[in-house]
Each structure stands twice: as structure tokens, then as C-alpha cells.
Design a protein around this ligand. Structure first.
Ligand code: NAD
Length: 294
């Protein structure tokens, strides 16, 4: 049996290539013909719809932008549900609202189709290297069956809990990343305005308690003014929207996340929505009338 892959964007394209490198025969679908051409040139079989993918595969991976796209590809017309047979498994690796993962899994279960929510962290570089971190929600036996597929794209695959738990972990991840980028931006803008070289401040603090993966991944990009995505501001706004929607539903005030969400909205209005999320520094630079350079 073949493996399905739906959503061949910044993340999905390299992830599908890693599956092929690991020996999986893929049937792929994307609404955009451009990445379809590239991935089929590498050996994948093209499908006309998610329904066709589901008819040919017993495991299907989705890597789509947000909840409405996953709902559409799974439950919509010509969607996965129409083509899937009992025993098919959907691994949704998109970052979506946990409550939507639960709702989709519930509908699939009525037809005997299993689902894992398995969002990732690591961004495009780790998608290319096949070293993503995957946080998974679902039944243990389904997780164990699908582990080899996920491991072909990942450095770490952790079962966090029942369906929806993967996306709860991802929301927690996105809070930490957003707040780190904001803290880094404040620190580098302060250094620049004080006339101290941001590069040397970065070198001085990265080995201490303030050092972090975010600082190492993003400080250089900011100082070199490299804002091509990476992870788009618009996608982080989407994730923080899911964070705040979920936190309101379950009663958890998140004052810092709410503040960073508003900064990202301001950046989007200012035309930076398709830039990397480290362009958050520009929000601070405008207020302080200074630019962070090495
Ligand atoms: P992207 O916008 O680059 O890719 C999404 C792809 O899905 C596009 O090719 C689009 O044409 C396709 N698509 C949209 N609707 C579709 C549908 N109904 N049927 C079939 N294809 C459809 O996004 P991305 O950066 O690859 O992100 C995908 C997911 O991974 C998002 O949930 C994102 O939050 C998450 N993520 C992204 C990163 C990153 O660094 N880019 C990191 C971790 C997680």
C-alpha cells in the first residue's frame, strides 16, 4: 500500500521528499500545481483530490495551513473521508486548533478511520534535514503503528496524550517561541540604541541563562536583515489565534501572549505578514527609531 501526502508547502515539500528517501511510495495532492510538479518530478504519484489519495493509501499525512484547510481536505467534497476505508489512518501534522482535531477525529471514527494530531516544531531547516520534533495526540496503538512514518521526517516523536494533545503541546511551543522573539527584539534594540554592538551582546549572553535555541536561530537573521520566511508572521498570528481561542474556552488568562499577538497584528498591517516572525524586531525598531545591525 502507498502513503498519501496532502499539502506540499514550505514544510510539506521537504517532508514528502524525506518520506520518499526512506523508501515510501507517495501519492500526493496540493491545490497549487507548482509544488505538485516538483514533487512528482521526484517520483511521487499525483492525485486529483484528497479523496483519490485516500482511496490509494492506508496512511495519509496532511500538512496544511490551519483548521479550515484540514476540515476541507478531510470532511469536504472529494475529501479524505469520501475515499477512506475502515482501517485507514490520518496523521494530521498541521498546526490547528486542538478542538478541531477532536471534532475531525470524531467524524472519522464513525467510518472506522483512525487519526493522530501530530504537529511539528523545527521549521523549514529541520523539515529539510528530517530532524523535526513531532508532538502527537491519539491512541497508543495507532501511534505505534505510525511511528516509522513520522520518524522518517523527524529527530524526535513524542506521544503527549489523547487526540488533540499534540496540538495543545504545539500551542505551548508557539507561546514560548513568540515570547522569546519579543524578548530578543527588546534586548537587541536596547543594545543598538545604547550604542553597544548587538553582535557582541549576543555573543556575550548566548552561553548564559539567556541563551536559547530561538536566540541562536534568530539573532543572526535579525542582525543580517534576513527576513525571508522561515516561519511567516501570518502563520504565527494563526497559531496565537488558536492559543487565545483555546485559552479563553478553558479559562486561562495569557496576558503576555495577548500582547505579542497585537504586535504581530501591527506588523501584518505594516506589510510584514509574509516575512519571517523574527521581523517582530521591526515593531520595536520603529518605536525606538533605531535599526539592529551587527
Ligand atoms: P504553506 O502555506 O507553505 O503550505 C501549505 C500548503 O497547503 C500549500 O502548498 C497550499 O497550496 C496547500 N493547501 C492549502 N489548502 C489546501 C487544500 N484544501 N488541499 C490541498 N492543499 C492545500 O505552509 P507551511 O509553512 O508548509 O505550514 C504548514 C503547517 O505547518 C502550518 O500549520 C504551519 O503552522 C505548520 N508549521 C510551519 C512551520 C514553518 O516554519 N513554516 C514550522 C512548524 C509548523
Amino acid at each position: 500500500m502507498k502513503t498519501g501526502f496532502i499539502g506540499l508547502g514550505i514544510m510539506g515539500k521537504p517532508m514528502s521528499r524525506n518520506l520518499m528517501k526512506a523508501g515510501y511510495r507517495l501519492v500526493v495532492f496540493d491545490t497549487d500545481p507548482a509544488p505538485m510538479k516538483e514533487v512528482t518530478a521526484d517520483g511521487a504519484e499525483a492525485a486529483e483530490s484528497p479523496k483519490e489519495v485516500a482511496g490509494k493509501c492506508d496512511v495519509i499525512v496532511t500538512m496544511l495551513p490551519n483548521s479550515p484547510h484540514v476540515r476541507e481536505a478531510v470532511l469536504g467534497e472529494n475529501g479524505i473521508l469520501e475515499g477512506a476505508s475502515p482501517g485507514t489512518t490520518l496523521i494530521d501534522m498541521s498546526s490547528i486548533a486542538p478542538l478541531v482535531s477532536r471534532e475531525i477525529a470524531g467524524t472519522l471514527a464513525e467510518k472506522g478511520v483512525e487519526m493522530l494530531d501530530a504537529p511539528v516544531s523545527g521549521g523549514e531547516p529541520k523539515a529539510v534535514d528530517g530532524t523535526l520534533s513531532v508532538m502527537v495526540g491519539g491512541k497508543k496503538e495507532v501511534f505505534e503503528k505510525c511511528c516509522p512514518v513520522m520518524k522518517a521526517m523527524a529527530g524526535s516523536v513524542v506521544l503527549v496524550g489523547d487526540i488533540g494533545a499534540g496540538n495543545i503541546a504545539k500551542l505551548a511551543n508557539q507561546i514560548v517561541v513568540a515570547l522569546h522573539i519579543a524578548a530578543m527584539s527588546e534586548a537587541l534594540v536596547l543594545a543598538a540604541k545604547a550604542g553597544v554592538r548587538p553582535e557582541l551582546v549576543y555573543q556575550a549572553i548566548r552561553g548564559g541563562l539567556a541563551g536559547s535555541t530561538v536566540l541562536d536561530a534568530k539573532a543572526r537573521l535579525v542582525m543580517d536583515r534576513k527576513f525571508a520566511p522561515g516561519f511567516r508572521v501570518n502563520l504565527h498570528i494563526k497559531d496565537l489565534g488558536n492559543v487565545l481561542e483555546t485559552s479563553r474556552e478553558i479559562g486561562v488568562p495569557l496576558p503576555l501572549t495577548a500582547a505579542v499577538m497585537e504586535m504581530m497584528q501591527a506588523l501584518k498591517v505594516d506589510g510584514s505578514g509574509d516575512e519571517d516572525h523574527c521581523s517582530l524586531v521591526k515593531y520595536y525598531e520603529k518605536m525606538a527609531h533605531i535599526e539592529v545591525n551587527r
